[in-house]
Design a protein around this ligand. Sequence first.
Ligand SMILES: [Fe+2]
Ligand SMILES: [Fe+2]
Length: 392
Amino acid sequence: MAKIAVFGGTFNPIHNGHIKLIESFDSAMNFDEILIVPTNIPPHKISKSLVSGEHRMNMIAAAVKDMPKVKPCDIELKREGASYTFETVRQLKEIYPDDKLFFIVGSDMFLSFEKWRNFEEIFVNVTVCSAAREYGDYEKMLKKAQTYKEKYSAECVVMNFDVLELSSTDVRQAVFNFEEISSLVPEATQEYIYENALYAPEFVHRELIALLKAMLKPSRFKHSLNVSRRAVQLAKIFGGDIKKAYTAGVAHDICKCMDMTQTKAWLSISGEKYSEVFLNSPQLWHAAAGANYLKYELKIDDEDIINAVRYHTSARENMSRLEQIIYLADLTSVERNYPDIDEMREISEKSLEDAMLYALKFIVGDLAKRNLALCEDTVKAYNRAILNTYAK
Ligand SMILES: [Fe+2]
Ligand SMILES: [Fe+2]
């Protein structure tokens, strides 16, 4: 007889608190299989922040991909209508007639179990497992378990784990606010959320993200999403336009993975005369090509966004706030790990000017060391940043 655990909930989205609870129960109970069952929400109850059952299933699948015992299970989603646990239990009893079923429920659910529809039937067929959420809950739950045993011959397992106080609402809010969520959800779930623009403000265009995914290599695509988040974080600190920071940040490398022929075609479309240094610096081309792509292909007519993309590699003299934000977001996005990244991040959150000076000093030195020419815009940007320090 196998031990099958069932963990139900909305999972909008699944998060590290859920994962930790599953792991804690599993190490205590040693289950053979653990099913995560997202609840179906009837259409009239769907709120703006609730994503589809398919997305919730995919986020669970991503979260547990390295946990062989754990599987997402869509029986409630398939059943449609309101999800009643007794129906799920009946269905699972048919699927696993010879196995022992365990239901993992939250402490609040456990304490109010007698309010569940046909709860007596549930008690007959499963062992109900629950963990105390707060100090003080545990004693209350043990008492309840005793009552359930006496009144309904229920089998209950009450644990006093060190639970992770985290809610799906916390995760959704953090995503909406462009905060990092790497400590809140498993990495693969985080990627799924960003790639599908879940829980994001309306100005986050799914079409643009899909286009970037198609045009960029996976690591470049990830970088672009990270830069968009960092750009919004910096825009918030320095009072920049959040929507523009997002758009310029996510699209700044849009032409980075194009072949040379295409890149050159996008460079020439504007009729701009490029300098000799620029033409001999292929590392700068994707920025100018990208600006042209946004302008002529995607019809983005905001000059500040176009220039932020145009100068994100070379920099230039007298950069706008948005141009500085994109330049620095590109250098300080979450996956960057060069030796003085912590210092660079810290400075970039205190002063855009100081951060530009810090970055330009490094880049000028680095290009010189590598026997590479300095393009005119970089020289002017560097000189301006240095001259500004004289004036202080
Ligand atoms: Fe770039
Ligand atoms: Fe970049």
